[in-house]
Design a protein around this ligand. Sequence first.
Ligand SMILES: Nc1ncnc2c1ncn2[C@@H]1O[C@H](COP(=O)(O)OP(=O)(O)OP(=O)(O)O)[C@@H](O)[C@H]1O
Length: 432
Amino acid sequence: MSEHDPTNHDPANSEPDTESELRDRVESALRAVRDPDADVDVFEAGLVESIAVDGASVTVRAAVSEFDDANATRVMRAMAQAVRDVPAVEGAHVEPVSPSSGDGATGVDAFDTVIAVASAKGGVGKSTVSTGLACALAGERPAGLFDADIHGPNVPSLLDVEGPVHSDDEGHPLPVSVGGSDASLDVMSVGLMESGAPLAWRGAMAHDALTELFADTAWSADDTLVLDLPPGTGDVVLTTLQEISVDGVVVVTTPFESSLDDTARSIELFRDNGVPVLGAVVNMGEFACPSCGDTHQLFPGETAGERLDATVLAELPFSPRFQETPAPGDTGSAFETLAESVSEAAATAWDVDAPDDALDIRGDPPERRKERVAERFTALASGEAFALVSDRDPTPVRRFLGGLTDRDPAEIDGFSVERRTPNDWLLTATKP
Ligand SMILES: Nc1ncnc2c1ncn2[C@@H]1O[C@H](COP(=O)(O)OP(=O)(O)OP(=O)(O)O)[C@@H](O)[C@H]1O
């Protein structure tokens, strides 16, 4: 296995080293292990998903889900024994790959839900909220955390993890797995890269590295990804939100006047760019004094709820407990409650709010779509409203509607197309 170099992930280009020699020896040892159901070796049977070598430690991911428990255990034990018998191997781990774990899928598309965490200003606790939220989610479902803050990636230090990032045998960067007592979290960050020096990553190089990690990371989690964005609403943030279909953004702010003003503007900007705002986390608004026991408001005045056009999902006090390293599945109630609210908001953020009588052609084959649109539109009386829900951008339908009425498409009044979810559009028009 090679350490992952963000500028060159082609394993063919990496220097052969002792790790790759060890890998070869592991491979030939594994060839002696047979598939219990067919008389072929485990490679021919497609049972070896990947082999990762880290120093003298070897991890094999085995696709054994087709076997019953007894045979799966038998074949995994035989693989582990074969690897262990290779001289120079000091640790052998064989992990089953389950079909529901998302193994094999790369990039952020592997996740059902992607939640971005943003802030208008730096230092307001965005990464603290991202890590706490991701750790709380990991207690409930397979979750990942992507630190996209290229110029100040502090997720690794908040979680107390280090790189380097390794690649699987296809060159896909592997996330670092952070373990809690009974949950784990996949973590990827430019701050984990061995070549590190993220502050030196500027412009195109930083963007390329990030794009590659977005597209290629071989996550093992597949349910929810938390994306820790850089502070502000600059290029990296907006490009990222364009490149990745996020389900929504959580905005972190302090209740300080100018922070609220900037946050209100960011919320508007996200909405203008078609990104649903799931809500705001108001951080460090009060302080519970350990000496007198009283709670002090640090920023008295108008509340965040009054200033922001967004649901306040959580208000976190200034507390040393938020400076501790969170563990996946063991974060305390504040982040657990936040995780619940965020999941609920994400589930409904993209609801297609279409009129009851809208024609829904999602999933129809292309010929059937045209037929159904023609049927419905021609049956309308002049001046009646037409609404269509589609899983493709229906802008070209304007021409088709024009053809149906022998009119110039420009004469279709009230024609509008809105993208309501990453995959759903609503078209409305009035029959001429
Ligand atoms: N509620 C809180 N109570 C106490 N300390 C906090 C709280 N929230 C954040 N902090 C501390 O504030 C510091 C900044 O937090 P964090 O790194 O999460 O901010 P950020 O907005 O991500 O910063 P950056 O702009 O650098 O990305 C950290 O030391 C963190 O431990």
